[in-house]
Design a protein around this ligand. Structure first.
Ligand code: HEC
Length: 246
């Protein structure tokens, strides 16, 4: 009986792992490595600049307030209102989009989704791959396709930075398999600079998807230190109380 209970408990413990294993996989794009650090304020600030300049025109981040972002990123409020706020003058507002949803739906066939939680729903690696996944495709209306979201209606808004790339396929066992990208025309950034810029952008979206994480991790550390000290204290007290009993 005890064995069965033990096995059942182990099963319960392992269940979340199988859930993780079942997450959608990101097509492997060679050399894509992603190292995020939501405590790196300089990176978050660069990411914010990209996000507010290139993404907020279509996507909202409606769970995020400008004021909170200014505080967390260590940016003065006047800098935020001058260079990062394009749809409102009120720093207490959430990050809304200028374009009405019906217009967007007409132009793109589908309204661009809110991005507040996208780093959690899809995962940072997926985002990183998505923003690296655009390639030239003459069969698409805008001449571009994406390896991660095929036939996406989102244009490659960072094409000026990345330049245009072409997907190269190789034949393996009679099947066409993606083999890598080849640069067709250059953008204003080198490939490494683009990797870094997208890392900053994904870092920022990861922060936006859970702003409380910055505080949580700081408080968490103190809770752990407290627990260790408390355990030591409790142990010492126990020794003291039971000293005369043995
Ligand atoms: C010109 C408008 C436009 C701009 C600017 C834009 N997007 Fe999009 N985006 C879209 C549309 C439309 C979709 C829906 C595409 C689809 O599902 O086919 C989309 C979808 C997405 C998705 C997929 C979301 C999901 O849940 O599947 C992500 C992630 C995304 N965009 C990120 C970004 C980021 C990051 C930027 C800034 C670098 C950006 N977008 C800029 C129009 C835009």
């Amino acid at each position: 009986m005890r064995k069965i209970i033990l096995l059942a408990m182990m099963g319960l413990l392992l269940a979340p792992m199988t859930a993780i294993a079942a997450w959608p996989t990101v097509p492997e794009i060679d050399g894509l490595e992603l190292e995020l650090d939501v405590h790196n304020k300089a990176s978050l600030q660069r990411g914010a600049r990209l996000f507010h300049n290139y993404c907020l025109s279509c996507h909202s981040a409606q769970y995020m307030r400008y004021r909170r972002m200014a505080e967390d990123l260590g940016l003065p409020e006047d800098v935020v209102s001058e260079s990062l706020m394009f749809t409102t003058d009120n720093i207490h507002e959430t990050m809304q989009v200028a374009m009405p949803a019906e217009d967007a739906e007409q132009w793109f066939g589908q309204a661009p989704p809110d991005l507040s939680l996208v780093a959690r729903s899809h995962g940072p690696r997926w985002l990183y791959a998505f923003l690296h996944g655009y390639y030239e495709d003459e069969e698409r209306p805008v001449g571009m396709n994406n390896l991660v979201v095929s036939n996406t209606s989102m244009p490659h808004v960072l094409v000026g930075l990345q330049g245009v790339q072409r997907a190269v396929y190789e034949e393996v066992d009679g099947e066409q398999r993606f083999a890598g990208f080849e640069q067709v025309s250059e953008g204003s950034m080198s490939p490494r600079e683009y990797d870094r810029a997208v890392t900053d952008l994904v870092n920022y979206l990861t922060y936006v998807s859970e702003p409380a994480r910055l505080q949580r991790e700081r408080i968490g550390l103190w809770v752990l230190i407290f627990l260790v000290l408390f355990t030591m204290l409790a142990y010492m007290l126990k020794q003291e109380y039971w000293k005369d009993v043995h």
